[in-house]
Design a binder for this molecule. Structure first.
Ligand SMILES: Cc1ncc(COP(=O)(O)O)c(C=O)c1O
Length: 409
């Protein structure tokens, strides 16, 4: 038997033992969607996360949603009512916002490898372009000249520090993400001389961190560092985008991030911020922390089989929809996401089983030797923490199998 991550606290069972998502029995949602595999996102959970962020953070700290985490349009439309802006990385993401009737909302267009057409369209959309290099800064200026609009440009800085406790580190190493700090002042001066609307700096030191002290420290270093850069530029800093780094507890042994501690520490950091930051607006751009826990992936058991004393449940889902839960199809059993039998939710575990997807690879494992109540062909499996980097981050074309359905409740 192997451990799983913790089931997020928002989920309960109906009297008949059905997993309730947003108050609806899982089987009812599957019937409404027309079958499995199905991602269900609970907007109450997303709304509660936004409210937690806003309640914890000092007034005026902006909250952007990073569309890459989950670009499902009904979810974007819902979030558009509550967040201060969005972070997009492609024309495709920008168009999704437009389809979600969010054309005029503040946007930060960030990420490497921007196409000329993307630069033009983001200028037209009024987005702030976070440039990753000197060359990209020049291309952004030219794109703006072509469309005849003054561009809003910020500069992404490669942080000379990182989030040590994060699962992904982005600073302190050679990187195509942003400009090395010592070159940033001259890039900004060039932008100002070229007549762009300089919007400030963007620093993203790492992702997937559950340690509030590590995040507090990275915020402190980011602010100090931004102050030094603004000093060298010789102009006040309009905005400082502090990136993300906030994770959700979805692996065995994970403890939820204490956002109140992060907020208290950030407040203290901002109270002591260096003088070039006296009028700076601060933004945090979150993806997985806002939506990760809201998602449940529902997949039907197609087969129950035994081999060498182990029981396997083969489902109609898998890593082509939720690659993160399978440990990226290259490292079997990396860590089990929380998992349950949705039509026997809350029933005591009876056996250790391995829940697999339907792909023709032994790496397609959704739950490696997990403790579950007995499940048979036709039962419904729920994989939790499926709201971020799920369907859009998975190799859906693998084996040309049906796409998963999605639903917001
Ligand atoms: C610059 C930047 N900001 C924010 C995010 C969102 O990260 P997360 O979903 O971990 O919050 C990413 C993720 O790729 C990113 O690259």
């Amino acid at each position: 038997m192997k451990p799983t991550g913790p089931i997020p606290p928002h989920f309960a069972a109906s009297d008949s033992g059905q997993l309730l998502i947003g108050g609806y029995p899982a089987e009812e949602l599957v019937a409404e969607a027309g079958g499995t595999p199905l991602f269900v996102y609970d907007n109450n959970i997303v709304g509660a996360q936004v409210a937690r962020f806003k309640g914890a953070m000092a007034d005026g700290i902006g909250l952007n949603y990073a569309v890459t985490a989950n670009p499902y349009e009904p979810l974007l439309e819902f979030l558009g009512r509550y967040v201060d802006g969005f972070r997009v990385v492609s024309l495709g993401e920008l168009k999704r916002l437009q389809k979600a009737k969010l054309a005029g909302i503040p946007m930060n267009f960030a990420g490497p490898g921007k196409l000329d057409v993307e630069l033009e369209e983001s200028v037209k959309a009024g987005a702030t372009i976070s440039v990753e290099s000197e060359g990209e800064a020049l291309r952004a200026i030219r794109a703006a000249e072509r469309v005849g609009i003054q561009p809003k440009i910020s500069v992404r800085v490669t942080p000379p520090f990182t989030i040590e406790a994060g699962r992904v580190t982005m600073g302190s190493v050679a990187s195509p993400f942003g400009v090395d700090a010592d070159r940033v002042p001259s890039v900004v001066q060039g932008l100002i001389e070229a007549g762009v609307d300089w919007r400030g700096l963007h620093m993203f030191a790492g992702a997937q961190c559950l340690d509030s002290e590590a995040l507090a420290e990275v915020h402190r270093l980011t602010v100090i560092h931004a102050g030094e850069i603004a000093d060298a530029i010789g102009a006040p800093l309009p905005e400082l985008n502090l990136g993300s780094g906030f994770d959700v507890a979805c692996k065995p042994g994970d403890e939820p991030l204490d956002i109140d501690k992060v907020a208290v520490a950030l407040n203290e950091t901002l109270c002591n911020a260096p003088s070039p930051l006296a009028t700076t607006r601060f933004t945090i751009e979150l993806g997985r922390w806002l939506v990760g826990e809201s998602g449940v992936y529902l997949t039907r058991v197609l087969d129950r089989t035994e081999s060498c004393g182990q029981t396997f449940l083969t489902t109609d889902g898998g890593g082509h929809h939720l690659i993160g839960a399978t440990g990226s199809l290259g490292e079997r059993g990396m860590a089990n996401f929380p998992i349950a039998v949705a039509n026997r939710f809350g029933a005591p575990p009876e056996e250790a089983v391995t829940v697999t997807g339907c792909l023709c690879t032994p790496f397609d494992v959704l739950g490696d030797q997990v403790a579950l109540p007995r499940a048979e062909e036709g039962d419904l499996i729920a994989v939790f923490c499926a709201g971020a980097y799920g369907l859009s981050a998975s190799p859906q074309a693998w084996e040309s199998r049906p796409m998963a359905k999605e639903m917001l409740v």
